[in-house]
Design a protein around this ligand. Sequence first.
Ligand SMILES: O=C(O)C(=O)C[C@]1(C(=O)O)C=C[C@@H](O)C=C1
Length: 272
Amino acid sequence: MRIGVLGPRGSYSEMAASRRFPDAELVYFDDIEDVFDAVESHKADAGVVPLENSLEGSVALTLDLLLSRSLFICGEVVIPIRHCLLGRGDPDSVRIILSHPQALAQCRQYIRRRYPGVEMRTTGSTSHAARLAQEFPEMAAIANLEAAKTYGLRVLDRDIQDSKNNMTRFVVLSREMSKRTGNDKTSIVVYLEKDRPGALFAILREFAVRNINLTRIESRPSRKELGDYYFFIDLEGHVEDDAVREALDGIEKAANMVRVLGSYPKDNTPSE
Ligand SMILES: O=C(O)C(=O)C[C@]1(C(=O)O)C=C[C@@H](O)C=C1
């Protein structure tokens, strides 16, 4: 099985994919959009992409691509994110800190405290930052311990994320929907054209009256006009469950668009 992930080697996406598919062959891409392309064009059988982080919230690009492409979410993987500062020189010679924007944001307070005024540069992934830091001694990368080994870097500091409880949730992308396991979650997108009183309530009510637990609700701009949104909703249950099916039928009547992004087994593995 070939699994597409954000590369190069040593990224957190690789860590998430190896946890879920320990025996698979990983294929590395420069961008999350390339992972979607690879799954769609059969270059990969599935993809693993970041969706949300406990400190920084959603990965907007993943949400937008879930909406604009036609792949399904067929699984989720939640992993703890423990960032290190990696470099070639000593900690006091660091002039530039490189990393993925999510990782820089997750270490904002650490950087302010330990490296005030340092230049920050963004890269396509944390492992990409580590690969660059290999070449320039004045640069340090925020990445994981695996990246330190892969790129032969010193660990200048560890556990530098602003909260110990830093978790990222990844989703598995597939061309097919996953079967019911009895311990599932479903992700949907709902579009309510035009703002009107009670529109969102009418949607949420369909779940509430059937005792369906929602685990997340997030809005993204529709890009049509200011104040117009898509709602991304995660709920407990599978689309094949009667209660979920009935709730979705009810929502179809109240909303302008509802799309099931996928039903998939919940990741219940304890962190660490
Ligand atoms: O850069 C990586 O290593 C990634 O896999 C991306 C990513 C993300 O986009 O959230 C994954 C986990 C961390 O939250 C930081 C970066």
